[in-house]
Design a protein around this ligand. Structure first.
Ligand code: TPP
Ligand code: MG
Length: 410
């Protein structure tokens, strides 16, 4: 009998089983200190396999990362909570809009709101994100107009891309949000390239790449890490580990690597792993990583440890492949509930104000939605002019295209 067998990773629980997160280590907030900005990859091992946390289970902020953040004003926390709630309101209403047939496709980021909302609030003007389709929270926290966000989803004349892209594939250069590509992984190499250009220009801007746990299996992930390791550009490389890649359990992309952050160490890139459902931990580590990149210390990888609470997209049904109550059993809770508990503990917030704010934000989104839908939806289409195919590519339209446009009668 051969001793050689192949190993196949299996999720800890399938639909007919109880959720099981016993494999996850929950070290206490404060277990890890704040490393110096010029820390080397060799010294990063504890940070790459540990987990930075600030909020404990009762909503208390504790430890060196809380001190590093300094005193956060009540307004700052309210802004964070409103960002996350606004994100959730948009997700809920757009999910429903897809179910009503008004748009072809939607994809929620439920449970992951803290990551983009917190990170964006630490970026500076002119910094550039290279996001995936699940970082719409970056746009919310960049105060991107809801009219443009929703217009893109309905592909009507309020869509800045004029219907040229799949709904959810936003592009907003002025808000630090590079065009999303449907091909997973491509944005990681682009982020490194952009950061190299920032260094060459000496403009003190940085780039931030974003990738999901599943997409770290792509060649682009490794090419990006190698280029970042060689040229040391100012880039923050984010891995959002939400435990699933559609129906594929995260263990398939991880293999025997202890964490995704640990992958970076082989490339000589410092890495840090963070509780992505802890808004304060997100603010603290984002601040550290962004300061580090801008300070000329080279690339850094952040693994955001989180859970995809909703379906992959409107085309997916997770009840077919994962335990029913898995989201509720996630050991790091829900980011909105955790920040809310912290603010109530500080005396800055109440349950009533929370309910009232949620109702206000839902009403705000519903009002914008109504206005945007008047410009056309899938059930009430108002197609953009065919002449739009001639715009948006050339600054000066070549002669042959000018002729073709005239032949079309525009
Ligand atoms: C190059 C490439 N391969 C496959 C796909 C199909 N695909 C779309 S989303 C997805 C799962 C990605 O999972 P992950 O990277 O964990 O991101 P998440 O959806 O969890 O945010 C796959 C395989 C694709 N879009 N591009
Ligand atoms: Mg994933």
């Amino acid at each position: 009998m051969s001793k050689v067998t192949l190993s196949y990773p299996h999720p800890p629980a399938r639909p007919d089983q109880a959720p099981d997160f016993s494999r996850i280590d929950r070290s206490a907030p404060g277990a890890l200190d704040v490393p110096p900005l010029d820390i080397t990859a060799q010294d990063c091992w504890p940070y790459a396999v540990g987990l930075i946390r600030v909020l404990d289970d009762d909503g208390q902020a504790a430890g060196p990362w809380a001190d590093y953040l300094g005193d956060l004003t009540a307004d700052r926390l309210k802004q964070g909570l409103r960002d996350m709630l606004r994100m959730r309101a948009v997700d809920q209403r757009m999910q429903n809009a897809q179910r009503q047939g008004k748009t072809s496709f939607y994809l929620q980021c439920t449970g992951e709101e803290a990551i983009g909302c917190g990170f964006q609030r630490q970026l500076g003007e002119g910094d550039m994100n290279f996001p995936t389709y699940r970082q719409q929270s970056l746009l919310i926290a960049a105060d991107y107009p809801l009219e443009s966000l929703l217009g893109q989803l309905y592909s009507n004349d309020l869509d800045p891309l004029q219907g040229r892209q799949l709904p959810i594939m936003h592009s907003a250069r002025d808000y630090g949000f590079f065009s999303i590509s449907g091909n997973l992984g491509t944005q990681y190499v682009q982020a490194v390239g952009w950061a190299m250009a920032c260094a060459l220009r000496g403009n003190d801007k940085i780039a931030a790449g974003w990738i999901g746990d599943g997409a770290t299996a792509s060649n682009d992930f490794h090419s990006a890490l190698l280029s970042a390791s060689v040229y040391q550009p100012p880039v923050v490389l984010n891995v959002v580990n939400n435990q699933w890649a559609i129906s594929t359990y995260t263990g398939v992309a991880a293999g025997r690597s202890q964490t995704y952050a640990a992958r970076a160490l082989g490339y000589g890139i410092p890495a840090i792993r963070v509780d992505g459902n802890d808004y304060l931990a997100v603010l603290a580590v984002s601040k550290w990583a962004i300061e580090r990149a801008r300070g000329g210390h080279g690339p850094v990888i952040i693994e955001w440890f989180t859970y995809r609470a909703a379906a992959h997209s409107t085309s997916d049904d997770p009840s077919a492949y994962r335990a029913k109550d898995e989201a509720a059993a996630w050991p790091f809770g829900d980011p909105v509930e955790r920040l809310k508990a912290h603010m109530i503990l500080r005396g800055d917030w109440t349950e009533d104000r929370h309910e009232q704010t949620w109702a206000e934000l839902l009403a705000e989104v519903a009002e914008v939605q109504k206005r945007v839908e008047a410009h056309g939806t899938f059930v009430n289409p108002k197609p953009v002019s065919p002449a739009a195919i001639f715009t948006g590519v050339y600054a000066d339209m070549p002669e042959h295209l000018r002729r073709q446009r005239q032949e079309m009668g525009y």
